[in-house]
Design a protein around this ligand. Structure first.
Ligand code: COA
Length: 395
């Protein structure tokens, strides 16, 4: 089959891409106005063309993404990846992924996608195209119950958004040590709630709860409702208090329906969900994967590397069976050190989700040109960070 792969051109392709993707994702259709607003900035896509028609597209949304405290990268987030049904399994999806990797050179650090169901074709499609798991948020279901939720109250959207700066401060206090989410600013919640994603494509009814402690607002929760399922879109509390989080979740379960709540290992919500007696589900049917492909090794390395005195004069390179690049460059290096690993480990390494010293001890990673203490110094320079997932960030 003769297919052409190229970058989306808003003047030529807008309507055809919208119609194609609406046909693939029928439960999340977008109007012409919505598509225009959604794609007006920080947007591109590879498209596949057969017989002059657009038959595939991978919408890409640019986000500044927090990998760890002080480390942000430019991510292109894939969403609504679609090929016309009769033309699937013929390499069009993979052709578009390859085209994106080409035309995004110099324009971003990583590709990122939220995906579930590891045993499906859809999941394998991403892995075959070099996107690898770096985090596993698990969706717990909290059954409805009438339970005391002291100090909590529901507020209107206007009242909630009037205090955006306070919620931003609480969010930062709660999740400042985590990575795995788009960079925040004080108006973030207002902006994200107003996006085409939540107002149109995956339209939700939002409600807002606040928890007070000692007479002061100490936390908040944004709760979504779509197709009779409640979902904790975001929850943050001062001091990362599990008890305050538990009270907000107790208020949510009092709404009369099951509440879905995503939790990652080591995060506050995992502890709060357990305290309510709910279990985290098996990965097979309850997990989502954040999958990453490193587009640019050097630029990503520069952004995620922490200054460590033991490696200040050392050039550090990564090598995989597919490619290589410098992640720490110095003007006059005293020596050079290479980290040798597979592509899927590279995504983890640069997303600060891999402890180098441990991986070396387990022979999942090898070093070349190393001296005693280098593995530990690398663990420090690329200090692993907990990630946390908030469904409200889903574009
Ligand atoms: C996911 C999706 C975009 C993939 O697009 P695609 O064009 O079918 O993808 P590819 O053809 O590149 O790869 C799919 C399979 O075809 C195989 N394939 C690739 N080129 C081929 C060719 N020339 N001939 C035969 N098979 C081929 C691939 O190896 C892959 O096999 P696998 O499923 O065993 O891993 C498409 O299936 C789709 O639109 N699905 C519905 C929407 C969806 O689920 N989107 C993703 C989640 S948001």
């Amino acid at each position: 089959m003769d297919a052409e792969f190229r970058e989306y051109d808003p003047f030529r392709d807008s309507e055809a891409a919208r119609v194609l993707l609406n046909a693939v994702f029928t439960s999340a259709a977008v109007s012409p106005e919505g598509w225009a607003r959604w794609t007006a900035q920080d947007f591109t896509a590879p498209v596949a063309i057969v017989d002059g028609q657009i038959v595939g597209a991978i919408p890409l949304f640019r986000r500044s993404y927090r990998v760890a405290p002080g480390a942000e990268v430019t991510a292109w987030v894939e969403n609504r990846v679609g090929v016309a049904e009769p033309l699937r399994d013929q390499g069009l999806g993979s052709g578009m992924q390859a085209a994106a990797k080409q035309f995004l050179q110099g324009r971003g650090d990583v590709l990122l996608v939220y995906r579930g169901a590891e045993r499906t074709k859809g999941y394998r499609f991403y892995e075959k195209n070099g996107l690898y798991d770096v985090s596993y948020p698990l969706a717990a279901t909290i059954e409805p119950a009438n339970e005391a939720a002291p100090g909590t109250r529901w507020v209107t959207q206007d009242e909630f958004l009037a205090h955006s700066a306070l919620w931003h401060d609480i969010f930062t206090a709660c999740y400042g040590r985590f990575g795995g989410y788009p960079a925040r600013h004080p108006g973030y919640l207002r902006d994200i709630i107003g996006t085409v994603t939540w107002q149109e494509a995956m339209r939700q009814e939002f409600s807002y709860a606040v928890v007070e402690d000692g007479g002061r607002a100490a936390g908040y929760m944004v709760l979504g409702l779509r197709k009779d399922v409640f979902q904790v879109m975001e929850l943050a509390v001062l001091g990362g208090s599990v008890e305050l989080a538990r009270r907000l979740l107790a208020a949510a379960r009092g709404r009369g329906g099951p509440v879905r709540c995503y939790a990652t290992h080591g995060c506050l919500l995992a502890a709060a969900v357990r305290r309510l007696g709910a279990k985290l589900p098996p990965r097979e049917n309850g997990a989502m994967m954040l999958m990453v492909h490193v587009l640019d090794i050097a630029s990503t390395g520069r952004k995620v590397w922490r200054d460590v005195s033991a490696l200040r004069d050392v050039e550090v390179r990564v090598w995989t069976p597919e490619r290589e690049g410098v992640i720490h460059s110095v003007a006059a290096p005293k020596r050079a050190l290479a980290i040798e690993l597979k592509e899927h480990m590279l995504a983890r390494l640069l997303m600060r989700r891999l402890d180098v010293a441990r991986a070396v001890a387990e022979e999942r990673v090898t070093l070349c040109g190393d001296e005693p203490g280098d593995a530990e110094a690398l663990s420090d320079a690329l200090d692993p960070c907990h990630w946390v997932y908030h469904p409200i960030d889903y574009l």
